[in-house]
Design a protein around this ligand. Structure first.
Ligand code: AQP
Length: 334
């Protein structure tokens, strides 16, 4: 059976889209839009698994939409919309809550990280978030999901849920098993302050990340302050094994300049990290500040952004309603 290739991915409107989101997800979204049918979603229902102030959430949905457009997503080629405006996401999530197993969710490491030490106080939504993610993907029978490496485990869960649904309801291949599309070189950008933690929007210190809206001056300051290493740059990658911050800076530079890490290290061996930092700052300013300027420009016309979301919602709803109708039939719902 030939399955049509459909790409689905989402970004949470939790503010401060950063270099990790850009290199790990958004740049890949843009490449894929040239090759496949793509659906890109501002996943606002995921964002509220952690309390969001309503007025800020509203602004962040628009800012994430602007970031999609500023990085090169084209609403005439890809479907761009916000998750809560297509009710099929919540409906299918409920159905999949009944397919997914508690034991499976208990293994999700992101819940453990995000819930912190007091799990009793985390929302139920945060715990079942991976089931909603499975619903997002399966609602469109998506076959490919571009994500950063941090989402790999959730993707595997989506595959398990799809497989169990197909088996429980005796409908082999009804849901295709979605494949993660994870960029090999740069799947995980780490915090500039702690190379063992991923760069994240919700990390308190703004110095831990490069935001897409950062000015050249801010980028310069953040890279200057970024943790690196007191030794000079070594000549071999394996000597960076216990130096996650240094490896992170070199990897980002390698990705931005489209040179392999080996090549960068060979060229920079023996130099101080201040040399790398100056080059990296330049590369970041060239790549990120035009995106930031475009986001700020797009945010000046919010009604235009809302129109784009509305148009995307209409297209997404047509696909979702058809699939939900078939899913209901499979389960025996009238
Ligand atoms: N540091 C990262 N490196 C590579 N890829 C990353 N992504 C996120 N952080 C990195 C990828 O960006 C996409 C959108 O992520 P998201 O905002 O929906 O959720 P997240 O993974 O939870 O991102 P954050 O920044 O950590 O957000 P908060 O702090 O709000 O939870 C995904 O494809 C993700 O893999």
């Amino acid at each position: 059976m030939v399955t049509k290739k459909i790409v689905f991915s989402g970004v949470q409107p939790t503010g401060n889209l950063h270099l990790g989101n850009y290199l790990g997800a958004l740049k890949n979204f843009v490449l894929l839009q040239k090759k496949m049918e793509c659906i890109y979603c501002v996943v606002d229902l995921h964002a509220i698994t952690i309390f969001q102030k309503p007025d800020i959430l509203h602004e962040n949905v628009l800012e994430t939409t602007a970031s999609f457009l500023a990085t090169g997503l084209n609403p005439d080629k890809s479907i761009i919309f916000n998750q809560s405006s297509v009710s099929g996401h919540a409906e299918l999530a409920w159905i999949l809550n009944c397919v997914s197993r508690i034991g499976w969710l208990n293994r999700m490491t992101q819940f453990k990280d995000k819930a912190g030490s007091d799990k009793e106080k985390a929302s139920v939504g945060l715990y079942i978030y991976p089931n909603l993610m499975a619903a997002d993907i399966l609602l469109y029978k998506a076959t490919h999901v571009p994500v950063g490496a941090d989402q790999k485990q959730h993707l595997e869960l989506s595959r398990d849920i799809a497989q169990k649904f197909n088996k429980d309801f005796n409908c082999n291949n009804f849901f295709p098993l979605p494949e993660p599309l994870i960029l090999k070189n740069i799947s995980r950008i780490m915090s500039l302050r702690d190379g063992t933690k991923k760069m994240s929007k919700s990390e308190e210190s703004d110095y831990s990340r490069i935001n897409l809206k950062d000015t050249a001056d801010e980028i310069n300051k953040k890279i200057k302050k970024a943790k690196s290493d007191s030794d000079s740059i070594p000549g071999e990658i394996k000597l960076l094994e216990n130096k996650p911050e240094a490896l992170n800076l070199l990897s980002i530079y390698s990705e931005l300049t489209k040179n392999s890490l080996e090549k960068i290290i060979t060229e920079m061996a023996g130099k101080e990290y201040s040399f790398l930092k100056a080059k990296l700052t330049e590369a970041l300013i060239d790549e990120i500040t035009p995106v930031g300027k475009e986001i700020k420009k797009l945010l000046k016309d919010k009604s235009h952004l809302k129109k784009i979301l509305k148009k995307g919602t209409e297209k997404a709803n047509i696909l979702a309603e058809e699939n939900i109708k078939n899913i209901r039939e499979k389960i025996g719902l009238i």
